[in-house]
Design a protein around this ligand. Structure first.
Ligand SMILES: Cc1cc2nc3c(=O)[nH]c(=O)nc-3n(C[C@H](O)[C@H](O)[C@H](O)COP(=O)(O)OP(=O)(O)OC[C@H]3O[C@@H](n4cnc5c(N)ncnc54)[C@H](O)[C@@H]3O)c2cc1C
Ligand code: FES
Length: 369
């Protein structure tokens, strides 16, 4: 196998990259930070200029890397593999809140795999050694080769956000929603994965992280398992005392059956006056909640966006952290902006899947991923 040198401008750092390795992977493993979000050719966050050298552009979505951009010599570092020595120029806006933890490979043992909500599991993995990460980052799992509809299919990677705080360095928690027909969920986590199994994973990835240098009111909005990285942020902020501002968590679900960790968040709310928890039910009414014997005042009603709008006239001076299905993240983004939150103060993590590669779901470059 051939190995090539990647030169990263404007910093002039040089990194060795195998021919079957992406430029992003080589750089992150060498501790050279490059902007990225989905790591699957969908979001365009990792787009850079190629100044010199030949690459294989890989499986970049035609929406994330348009034909004219390919002609101009742009590439997505999460997809591109070198075919000779390559020089790239990247916008290296390294965030002061982002401690750069080089990506590493780990093996882990599944300690817990339990149902926590409708179509949702909690996965807890004990790693073979310690990991450093920022609250909000994610890991990539190797989904094993399998037989699908009688055909052999190879390994694939799937990304799931870390829900536990950085202080827990060997035991990582994940929240995983089943996607019908999905290779990693329907075909693995919800089909055959069991407690005691060994898994392979790498990380940490992503720049959706809690700005711990801040004291702005953090408005955290999670749809479904979009709560995962927000739980890591909330626990890190409160339990480790790593945040000086207030935090409000909006967690959206259709009914109570789709929400999880409600008791955990309520306990945190009791314990820390700076934390507010707003579980939002879009398809259940106060009457239905009361009829089942539960306290109707313990929930808000409507989509998370409706609840935020009725809670706040203005959100200027706050920070927004949005996570979950791309459509929900988009809707929440519009709501926060309508309440005077500047785009520069809004951060998003879109849970793109394979189907998003074929859609033009790209968002404004003004919004940080
Ligand atoms: C940064 C990041 C963090 C994430 N964190 C989480 C998390 O914490 N929890 C969580 O539940 N999810 C998370 N996700 C989503 C997760 O990575 C997976 O996309 C999701 O779990 C589904 O994976 P899958 O392999 O089961 O489905 P996939 O195999 O990706 O399939 C998804 C859907 O697309 C269809 N499909 C497959 N291939 C194609 C194709 N070529 N064209 C059109 N349709 C296709 C499938 O039939 C299925 O309906 C995250 C995503 C990102 C990008
Ligand atoms: S990180 Fe490369 S396209 Fe999303």
């Amino acid at each position: 196998m051939s190995t090539y040198t990647i030169t990263v401008e404007p910093v002039g750092r040089e990194v060795e990259c195998d021919e079957d390795q992406t430029i992003l992977d080589a750089c992150l493993r060498a501790g050279v930070w490059l902007p990225h979000s989905c790591t699957h050719g969908t979001c365009a966050t990792c787009k850079v200029d190629k100044l010199d050298g030949e690459v294989d552009l890989g499986e970049a979505s035609t929406f994330a890397l348009m034909d004219f951009e390919r002609d101009e010599g742009k590439l997505l570092t999460c997809c591109a593999k070198p075919r000779e020595d390559v020089t790239i120029e990247a916008d290296l806006d390294v965030d002061e809140d982002l401690e750069v933890h080089p990506v590493q490979d780990f093996t882990g043992t599944v300690l817990v795999l339990e149902d926590i909500a409708e179509q949702t599991k909690r996965l807890v993995v004990e790693l073979d050694r310690e990991i450093g990460f920022n609250a909000g980052q994610y890991m990539k799992f190797t989904v094993p080769a399998a037989t699908v509809d009688g055909a052999e299919v190879g390994e694939v990677d799937r990304t799931w956000s870390i829900a536990s705080p950085p202080g827990e360095t060997t035991r990582l928690e994940f929240h995983i929603r089943n996607v019908t027909g999905g290779r990693g969920t329907d075909g693995w986590v919800f089909a055959s994965l069991a407690e005691g199994d060994q898994v392979r994973l790498s990380g940490p990835y992503g720049r959706f992280v809690l700005k711990t240098s801040d004291d702005k009111h953090a408005i955290l909005v999670g749809g479904g398992t979009g709560v995962a990285p927000l739980k890591s942020m909330v626990r890190h902020a409160l339990e480790a005392g790593e945040y000086d501002g207030d935090l409000t968590l909006y967690a959206g679900g259709r009914t109570r059956a789709w929400l999880y960790d409600v008791a955990t968040f309520r306990e945190l709310e009791e314990q820390y006056e700076e934390f507010t928890y707003r579980p939002c039910l879009s398809d259940e009414t106060p009457e239905e909640v009361e009829a089942s014997g539960d306290d109707p005042h313990a929930y808000a009603y409507g989509m998370v966006t409706d609840v935020i709008e009725s809670d706040h006239e203005r959100l200027g001076g706050c920070r927004g952290y949005l996570c979950g299905p791309p459509a929900m993240v988009d809707a929440a983004l519009k709501t926060l902006m309508s309440r005077r939150l500047f785009p520069r103060d809004i951060f998003r993590e879109d849970f793109f899947d394979e189907s998003d590669k074929n859609s033009s779901g790209l968002k404004s470059p003004l919004i940080k991923r």
